[in-house]
Design a protein around this ligand. Structure first.
Ligand SMILES: [Fe+2]
Ligand SMILES: [Fe+2]
Length: 488
């Protein structure tokens, strides 16, 4: 009997946990309790860092003052996030923020406590460089300002504040000019130089009251910040799944093994990819979307074709062997559709970021492979009902971001341009219009928030690039002739 009761109780417990209303996690998410928990946790951790170890010099009111300051710090930061960067108010970015803020507080506090090390060595630019790369420069500048106030009050040194403020801002700005990881060391040089100049300026203002060693500590603090940021950045990118511009710039290197393989094993696809990338980049620039993400996404969008390159028209050459001739249309369409799945697998194996993988996954949406569908209908003749359209459609999902939608449009426009005999400006304009309208009619752009005005701007950008291509092609022989006559 007891055993049975136990089983019933266990069953009831399981039922309760299956019912969504009973999940503690859900209650937390719905009531935004976790945001409060995050705020209170951050205030407590910062208070502990700034008030430990306890000394007899610190009175109760000193402690209270520090806690009030820290509470204001967290409230201002939270309001700024809520007002301007609401996309970061989700658990992962908030935990990353908390990790960065607490580790900065710890480092600063240790340096303030160590009598052998100057306070000018505080690596505030570590926080501002990483904040700028992983979040946004403006957010990073705000945290830098708040920390500069906290550190200078904690170290009882007013001279420290301008050095930290300027060093932090220079660090945040320098991170926006970074094109490769090693550029971060240049950032260290800029921060170090700013530290030296401000220490000098503050010293001169206070009637030459500074230690010459402080200049060296200031320079060292700049370099230490950048080296530390350079070391931890890859781990943070990987663990928190954040795609920084540095990562995208690295992935845009055409000599990387995967792209190199594409150029050798599927040269037609490779050239298609390069053209799609320039179209998509122009489209993204016209819109204010992320041109770097779009370019890199376009480079990798058809990478899955590496596995069976000859089944794709662009690699089939002038047609000695058309593999699809001997195959049933539905088998052909299955092979063509599989390049999306293969691309996702290759992307995951090569650890491409989620944003790029999403572009691979969404670049055909749920589009129809019209050619094989028509072929199948033709083959079946009167038994058309046995052909299901959905078997000739990509599995999707449809593009969910503006960047994915731009790559989808650029991809289709490039394919249409390649196989079209129309090479006049008017011809290109009507062709681009037709391709875009087809995507709209097929509801492929329903899930990304592109407006009709934005779609028109993207189309104009495509026409501009394609017009450039035909003009160059038109002029080329003439120019060649001229240059040859000059040489000859
Ligand atoms: Fe594709
Ligand atoms: Fe493509």
């Amino acid at each position: 009997m007891k055993k049975r009761l136990k089983i019933v109780k266990r069953f009831e417990k399981r039922e309760k946990s299956n019912y969504p209303g009973f999940k503690i996690r859900d209650i937390f998410a719905r009531s935004h309790l976790w945001k409060w928990a995050w705020g209170v946790g951050l205030i407590s951790s910062l208070s502990l860092v700034f008030l430990l170890p306890p000394t007899s010099e610190i009175t109760f009111f000193n402690k209270l003052g520090m806690i009030i300051l820290i509470t204001f710090f967290v409230i201002i930061f939270f309001i700024y996030l809520w007002r301007f960067w609401v996309q970061f108010l989700i658990p992962k970015p908030l935990s990353l923020c908390a990790i960065l803020i607490i580790s900065m507080a710890l480092m600063g506090r240790i340096i303030i406590l160590l009598p052998q090390v100057s306070n000018y060595f505080i690596p505030i630019a570590f926080l501002s460089i990483l904040g700028s790369l992983l979040f946004a420069p403006s957010l990073s500048v705000l945290v830098t300002l708040l920390f500069s106030i906290l550190f200078s009050i904690n170290a009882a040194s007013l001279n420290l504040m301008p050095v930290l403020v300027m060093g932090g801002i220079v660090g945040a700005y320098s991170a926006t000019f970074v094109h490769q990881r090693t550029d971060l060391t240049k950032g260290g040089l800029y921060v170090g130089t700013s530290n030296v100049l401000i220490i000098l300026a503050v010293g001169l203002l206070a009637n030459y009251s500074f230690d010459h060693w402080d200049l060296l500590w200031g320079m060292g603090g700049g370099f230490f910040s950048s080296i530390l940021a350079l070391t931890v950045l890859p781990y943070l990118e990987t663990y928190f799944g954040i795609t920084t511009d540095i990562k995208l710039l690295e992935l845009g290197n055409l000599n990387l093994p995967l792209l190199n393989r594409l150029s050798i094993e599927a040269p037609g696809t490779y050239h298609h990819t390069i053209m799609v990338a320039s179209l998509a980049e122009a489209g993204a620039e016209a819109l204010g979307a992320n041109p770097l993400l779009v370019r890199v996404g376009a480079y990798y969008h058809d990478v899955g074709k590496i596995l069976r390159p000859h089944f794709f028209f662009e690699n089939a050459g002038t047609g000695k062997n058309n593999y699809h001739d001997k195959m049933a249309p539905n088998l052909s369409s299955m092979i063509v559709i599989s390049h999306v799945k293969d691309g996702i697998e290759l992307a995951q194996r090569n650890r491409l970021p989620g944003l790029v993988t999403d572009i691979i996954r969404q670049h055909h949406g749920t589009g129809l492979i019209a050619y094989f569908y028509r072929e199948a209908l033709k083959e079946r003749g009167e038994e058309k009902e046995s052909i299901h359209e959905e078997n000739f459609r990509y599995p999707g999902p449809k593009p969910r971001t503006k960047e994915s939608a731009i790559v989808m449009l650029a991809d289709s426009v490039e394919a249409a341009f390649r196989f079209s005999a129309q090479k006049t400006l008017k011809g290109i304009q009507s062709q681009v219009k037709k391709v875009v309208n087809n995507k709209l009619k097929d509801n492929q752009l329903d899930e990304c928030d592109l407006t009709l005005g934005e779609i028109a701007r993207i189309s104009d950008a495509f026409v501009r690039i394609l017009a450039g291509v035909i003009h160059t092609r038109g002029r080329y022989p003439e120019e060649m002739l001229k240059s040859q006559s000059v040489v000859g």
